[in-house]
Design a protein around this ligand. Structure first.
Ligand SMILES: Cc1cc2nc3c(=O)[nH]c(=O)nc-3n(C[C@H](O)[C@H](O)[C@H](O)COP(=O)(O)OP(=O)(O)OC[C@H]3O[C@@H](n4cnc5c(N)ncnc54)[C@H](O)[C@@H]3O)c2cc1C
Length: 375
């Protein structure tokens, strides 16, 4: 649905839920809420460096390992993907490519491997050098590897396109291209002030503004979400069939024709762009994984801004002092993995239901000493 631009009153009804942000997390929240019949407005503008299209698309809870309930959530998020993309295909007719071919984590020295010999997790298997080479003959000098057999990747660019199509076609979702300047949380129903001068009113507001989440005015508490830039590279070669992590970067084969190489972790504020140091580091990381990458043509270079929290875990759930404000931000390095399940949980909470998973590791209260329980 499109938003009326003329004759629009200053105070606009935003429906049951106003979602701030149109990245993967905002769109996944909208899709899940729309499936429940909720009336939704997404307010999103474009910022250079939006993470969801820039990402590599790895679904890698094995390498990107969290503890306890956060790990359980990450595994559930990964396992949701096949049915999630199937449901998207039923509505949109487009199949989002997902692979569960497994992820490799390479070790180039025995002491690096020893440091990783912790309690095994689901689907994890150690490979000797010989086993690794029979699985991936192009891999270079690695001495051993862990194979996470249930992990994989999604084409996040296609996923974003399909989700956007889905919400645009929904009769219960309105998308407004505008910038949210501030929230007014003085009353029972939150007000959302827009740069255009309009104010939107909803029953619930979902903050899903990625790296920019902490910059929205009027929040009840400071949000420790900061941008961390990641530079990326696409190479016209696919010598490695699996998503593979080396010590200084990873490679993600995509679409049978090219490989995405990532990523730097740079604290440079909201500065988007690429640097020769960053590109050289990525090229070296890829060459270390498979030397034949050295002769591959560079197809594309880009960067994006991860929304990073101090413990690298997202913030999901209601504000402890103002429950109509739901947080869905700070997904750090794993927002592609966690985005669809975040959307399902936010839709459940906004509908007054239990999310069915322990969200306590993701409470905003962990940053302020306040306690909140959402189970
Ligand atoms: C280089 C790189 C590689 C990555 N690789 C992976 C990976 O392999 N696997 C994985 O799981 N994750 C990965 N990530 C992390 C993942 O991309 C993010 O965690 C995730 O995309 C965050 O989604 P989001 O919707 O919160 O943020 P974004 O995609 O950044 O979207 C936020 C949206 O909010 C909008 N917005 C912001 N402020 C306002 C405002 N005030 N008013 C209106 N709209 C606003 C922005 O314009 C934007 O559209 C990677 C990230 C990067 C940068």
């Amino acid at each position: 649905m499109t938003y009326p631009t003329e004759g629009t009153p200053a105070l606009v009804r935003g429906g049951d839920v106003v979602i701030i942000g149109g990245g993967l997390v905002g769109l996944a929240c909208a899709a899940a809420l729309s499936a429940r019949g909720a009336d939704i407005t997404i307010v999103a503008d474009h910022h250079p460096g939006e993470a969801s299209r820039a990402a590599a698309g790895m679904l890698a809870p094995g390498v990107e390992r969290a503890d306890g309930a956060a790990h359980t959530f990450a595994i559930a998020a990964r396992d949701l993907y096949p049915s999630y993309v199937e449901a998207l295909a039923e509505v949109t007719g487009t199949i989002v490519p997902v692979n569960r071919d497994g992820v490799l984590e390479l070790f180039f020295e025995e002491r690096e491997a020893d440091a990783r010999r912790t309690a095994p997790i689901d689907g994890q298997r150690w490979l000797t050098r010989a086993e690794l080479h029979s699985m991936e003959p192009a891999i270079g000098e690695a001495v051993s590897a862990i194979f996470y057999s249930n992990d994989g990747s999604v084409d996040n660019v296609v996923l974003m396109r399909v989700l956007r199509e889905l919400v645009e076609a929904s009769s219960t979702v309105t998308i407004v291209q505008d910038h949210v300047t501030a929230l007014d949380l003085e009353n029972e129903r939150p007000l959302v002030h827009l740069a255009s001068g309009r104010t939107m009113i909803g029953s619930t507001v979902v903050l899903a503004a990625g790296a920019w989440s902490g910059g929205v005015g009027g929040l009840p508490r400071p949000l420790p979400v900061e941008p961390v830039r990641g530079q990326m590279l696409a190479l016209a070669a696919t010598p490695v069939r699996h998503v593979t992590y080396g010590p200084h970067g990873y490679v993600v084969p995509r679409g049978g024709a090219h490989t995405v190489v990532g990523a730097t972790m740079e604290h440079v504020g909201f500065e988007v762009g690429i640097t020769s140091e960053g590109m050289n580091a990525l090229a070296e990381a890829a060459n270390r994984i498979a030397p034949s990458f050295a002769s591959a043509r560079v197809l594309e270079r880009w960067s994006g801004l991860r929304p990073v929290t101090p413990d690298l875990l997202p913030i999901i759930g209601p504000d402890p002092e103002y429950p109509p404000l739901l947080y869905a931000c700070g997904h750090s390095r794993n927002g592609i993995l966690l985005g669809p399940l975040t959307g399902e949980c936010i839709a459940a909470i906004a509908s007054g239901e239990a999310p069915g998973l322990d969200l306590s590791p993701f409470s905003v209260a962990r940053f302020s000493g306040l306690q909140i329980t959402v189970n």
